[in-house]
Design a protein around this ligand. Sequence first.
Ligand code: SF4
Length: 246
Amino acid sequence: MPKKSASNAKATKAKKAKSGPARAVKKAPKLKPPRPWTPEEVREAFSRFQKANPEPKGELEHLNPFTLLVAVVLSAPATDAGVNRATPALFAVADTPQKMLALGDEKLRDYIRTIGLYRTKAKNVIALSEKLIRDFGGEVPRTRAEIESLPGAGRKTANVVLNMAYGEHTMAVDTHVFRVGNRTGLAPGKTPLEVELGLERVIPSEFMLHAHHWLILHGRYTCLARKPRCEVCLINDLCRWPEKTV
Ligand code: SF4
């Protein structure tokens, strides 16, 4: 009876596998997740950031919400310093969507050709200027969905513009904030969105206006990617990173 013999064979195979020589399979050690920060610790960390730098400023040069939007679109991926080298001359001739359109794609490219992906970025800046005039009366809109609808603008752009131009309590997660959120254990996450939502959950509202800049500056100048300067870090006693050097 074929059915029976098939099941017998299966059982024998299973038995063999069970009783065969035990193989030493080494499991990777499970890393213990860091102990979450207490609300008091988070408050203490941000009080220290605040005391050290009460009015932190973003480093992207701009003149108004429109030029801020353009600078952020130009900055991904590029350094703020690289964008700042190109934009003062550009913004001197084109600080509104109307002037940007009048300048045109070709001349705009001349201003920004030192920035990576400048052709695509020039196209986006012209297209977003057109859309601002057509759909938003020439103004930078004030909602995340509307800003994200502009060519070249994503969630991070919307968060930066809403925070810096309109004082909203948003948390833009760039490479620095992502690293600091994870290393410190403040808001561990696999994606920028997870870190963003985690930070928004733990940071008290009174610190949220400046929290984005404190964390960016902390990542840019202290919690460096390769060689974090733990010895001068303001929050080294609170940080949960197992590899911190203090
Ligand atoms: S202690 Fe070191 S790893 Fe932790 S936040 Fe400070 S600089 Fe970064």
